[in-house]
Design a protein around this ligand. Structure first.
Ligand SMILES: Cc1cc2nc3c(=O)[nH]c(=O)nc-3n(C[C@H](O)[C@H](O)[C@H](O)COP(=O)(O)O)c2cc1C
Length: 298
């Protein structure tokens, strides 16, 4: 048993391996309506902010959410107040929680990503998660993750400017394995596997309409599990699983497939206290097996 290793990412240690996924817990105020600071500190290893851009973004017009039998399609379009406003208005309250904060960043160009990395370097932020994989914005987003050479330039440039924890959030579609290798070569500390899957919902009543967005929740778990399993054989840097984690058992399955930390996303929208439940269930499973297994299934 090597029970402590799963919450070490690069040279950083986390109290628990459960991180709150970007975009699923508001900007800070919403979270604090449901979880108190003590609960956050004991269950949550890190808070990953809503996707932040250099300038404010309005996001997409409604409809923005579409429920499917076992998943959710979202088309938020990265509505956010912009990095500078976020730092002034929301960051101080989050920092007071004494839980590591990882900034999820979205840029329309390499230069925008680099400028944000410099701002975050100046304030000595703990971590960055580069979002190169949002399926519902017109510029940047998923387009980045289709080109391994561009991703290499992006990660290398951010790495040169930012010395804290650097994570890249992969798209689940496109040349995923080549992009993952490019991130590792450009010295990313870890990979988040993965963002939502491009999907479409139909309103089959008048006025007939479709919604294009990203699918999350239990529907995507088997797909993302496969990506984690395959990627764990291809890269050496730690993998952080994100896709349909609703229970401790889900996280345990991801662990068995090679993930070393887990993001809780859509589960927060179903039950904002989900992180406490999932963390407890995971602990119970680890105890049941006398620690975390050393061998991955074949
Ligand atoms: C409403 C909503 C908003 C999201 N916003 C972001 C975002 O701003 N940046 C990002 O990288 N991922 C975003 N995501 C993706 C989640 O962080 C997560 O990676 C994805 O939903 C898969 O995990 P899940 O199945 O546990 O939800 C969002 C997801 C949802 C449902």
């Amino acid at each position: 048993m090597k029970g402590e290793r799963f919450c070490i990412i690069g040279k950083y240690q986390f109290k628990t391996p459960f991180f709150l996924a970007s975009g699923t817990w508001g900007l800070g105020d919403t979270l604090l309506n449901y979880l108190n600071p003590g609960e956050i500190r004991s269950a949550v290893g890190a808070l990953i902010t809503k996707g932040l851009s250099l300038e404010p973004m309005e996001g997409n017009p409604p409809p923005r959410l579409f429920e499917t039998p076992c998943g959710l399609i979202n088309s938020i379009g990265l509505e956010n107040p912009g990095l500078k406003v976020f730092l002034k208005k929301y960051y101080p309250q989050l920092k007071a929680l004494q839980t590591p904060i990882i900034f999820n960043l979205h840029g329309k160009s390499l230069e925008e990503f680099f400028e944000m990395a410099e701002i975050l370097s100046e304030i000595e932020a703990e971590g960055i998660e580069l979002n190169i994989s949002c399926p519902n914005v017109k510029e940047g987003g998923i387009a980045f993750s289709q080109k391994p050479d561009v991703v290499f330039e992006l990660v290398k440039g951010v790495r040169e400017r930012f010395k804290g924890l650097l994570i890249v959030k992969l798209s689940p579609v496109g040349p995923v394995f080549e992009v993952a290798k490019a991130c590792e070569e450009a010295l990313s500390d870890a990979l988040t596997v993965a963002n939502t899957y491009p999907a479409l919902g139909v309103y089959s009543y008048e006025p007939f309409q479709v919604i294009k967005g990203g699918l999350s929740g239990p529907a995507i778990k088997p797909l993302t599990l496969r990506l984690v399993f395959e990627l764990s054989k291809i890269v050496k840097i730690p993998l952080i699983a994100s896709g349909g984690i609703l229970s401790g058992k889900d996280a345990f399955e991801y662990f068995l497939c090679g993930a070393r930390a887990f993001q809780i996303g859509t589960a927060n929208l179903i039950d904002p206290k989900a992180p406490i439940k999932i963390c407890q269930e995971f602990k119970e499973l680890v105890e049941k097996y006398g620690g975390l297994p050393d061998k991955n299934p074949t």
